[in-house]
Design a protein. Structure first.
Length: 467
């Protein structure tokens, strides 16, 4: 079968429209890209009126390959094509995919999407041959350096793995660890496909990452269709050009569908602000299209008005307001997060991380009076003194990996608190965590109460220089 990529995907749709349909398809790579293509793909395969009876969608977290094989071999009850879709399949994962899955989890974590970070991390754990029991309760720290390097293709030393504990805890609290299946199932599916399935039945597999050495992958290349939406995430000039091309093509497609254009300077500015994040770019474009109304051209002024906040994740707005002791802004940000569907435990986890860092930063201020304790904290002072403080062990390890500017902002925030204040907040966090898990009190009320108790607790103890 011919190979397909993002750039020639439309020709595949044309082939399907002509009746040239394969028994199995694999769409993989950049998540937003293949998910968007999937919608067009299903539309080409099945009329909308047939989807309620002839389309079965399976979550890869719960995929039962043996049941799937049985269904693929069964003649359909209803006339027409019978389509089976497995989203987030793990059939193409192996120990070699553990590293990219871990990297993807970290990418989602940085963006504040704990749900997606947990999903990718659970997949990485499954791929690596580890079990959730091996890494819960801080178990990542206990993985020997040699084992870590063998699984994740990088030395453990120097890695910031505190985020792993946070995402693991979230996965366990959300019940995602229960969905980690034992490796396998690929052989029986491969055997079934090789023997042939009824001509009316078709299988679509979707996943972020594949091990192309797997025999199932090679079989699908031979008898089905593989469509790669992978994008080089590297930092080389070639990788950057590839990323920019993807974003520009996506922008052109969305604007054309809405009959809009964008000033060249505005387009470049938007891509620079968003970075390589197709989903965020698409969301920003939808907002800009709505904001521009009947005007045909989107301008730089529109971007300044609408996308200025896109650089900051909503979670960071909440933690920033907390650090500034702005209770009104923190409550407003909390309300936005809950309205946008953020999980209460995810919000609590982010607040816990930030308050813990504030506590460590306050400790650094109190134990380094010669450098940080006199007058206000300055960015220049941090830049000049940070190497020496690290060498002397006066900066907690969790804060060492912060670059000077984020550390500067954190220390400025910490001047508004005293250690006793932050310790009391940590106790409140534990109380709210237990209450959220009990389910007896509305999450919004619990989180609002947490913010108010922390931000009004003994305010006069803050440094005068922070006011």
């Amino acid at each position: 079968m011919p190979a397909y990529e993002r750039t020639n995907f439309k020709s595949l749709l044309k082939a399907i429209a002509k009746g040239d349909v394969a028994p199995v398809y694999l769409l993989w790579g950049e998540r937003y890209l293949y998910q968007s293509a999937y919608e067009e793909f299903i539309a080409a395969l099945l009329p909308e009126k047939k989807r309620s009876t002839n389309l079965r969608v399976i979550d890869g977290a719960n995929e039962d390959v043996y049941r799937l094989v049985e269904e693929l071999q069964t003649l359909p009850l209803f006339p027409g094509r019978q389509v089976f879709v497995v989203k987030d399949t793990r059939l193409f994962h192996s120990k070699s995919t553990a590293d990219p899955l871990l990297a993807k989890s970290h990418e989602y974590f940085i963006k504040g999407d704990l749900q997606a970070a947990a999903r990718s991390l659970v997949q990485a754990i499954s791929s690596s041959g580890l079990a959730i029991e091996d890494v819960r309760d801080g178990g990542w720290e206990n993985i020997p350096d040699g084992t870590w390097e063998k699984i994740f293709s990088a030395p453990k030393s120097g890695e910031d793995i505190t985020w792993l504990n946070e995402v693991t805890n979230f996965a366990i609290q959300a019940g995602q660890e229960e969905s980690v299946p034992a490796f396998g199932g690929g052989d029986i599916l491969e055997e079934t496909l090789a023997k042939g399935i009824p001509a009316s039945n078709h299988l679509i597999l979707l996943t972020d990452t594949v091990d192309r050495r797997k025999s199932l992958y090679r079989l699908i290349e031979k008898m089905g269709v593989v469509v790669s939406f992978a994008v080089d995430k590297g930092i080389t000039a070639a990788a950057k050009r590839s990323q920019d091309t993807v974003l520009k093509d996506l922008m052109k497609d969305i604007l054309t569908r809405h009959g809009k254009a964008m000033e060249p300077r505005a387009a470049s500015d938007l891509i620079e602000r968003i970075g390589f994040n197709p989903a965020s770019l698409a969301a920003a474009l939808e907002k800009l299209i709505s904001y521009s109304g009947e005007r045909k051209t989107i301008t730089l002024k529109d971007i300044d008005a609408v996308v200025k906040r896109e650089r900051e994740e909503p979670i960071y707005e909440l933690t920033g307001a907390f650090g500034e002791r702005d209770a009104e802004k923190a409550l407003f940000s909390l309300g936005l997060l809950l309205d946008q569907g953020y999980a209460p435990l995810q919000i609590l986890s982010s607040l816990t991380k930030h308050i813990r860092r504030l506590l460590l930063a306050r400790w650094a201020l109190d134990t380094s009076p010669d450098f940080l304790g006199k007058g206000d904290v300055t960015y220049q002072g941090i830049q000049q003194g940070l190497p020496g403080l690290k060498k002397e062990g006066k900066i907690p390890k969790e804060l060492e990996k912060l670059s000077p500017y984020p550390l500067f902002l954190l220390l400025k925030q910490a001047r508004g608190f005293q250690i006793e204040h932050l310790v009391q907040c940590m106790s409140e966090l534990l109380r709210v965590d237990m209450a959220l898990k009990s389910g007896r009190i509305t999450p919004k009320l619990l989180l609002e109460d947490l913010i108010l108790k922390c931000l009004v607790f003994n305010p006069e103890t803050a440094d005068q220089s922070a006011k």
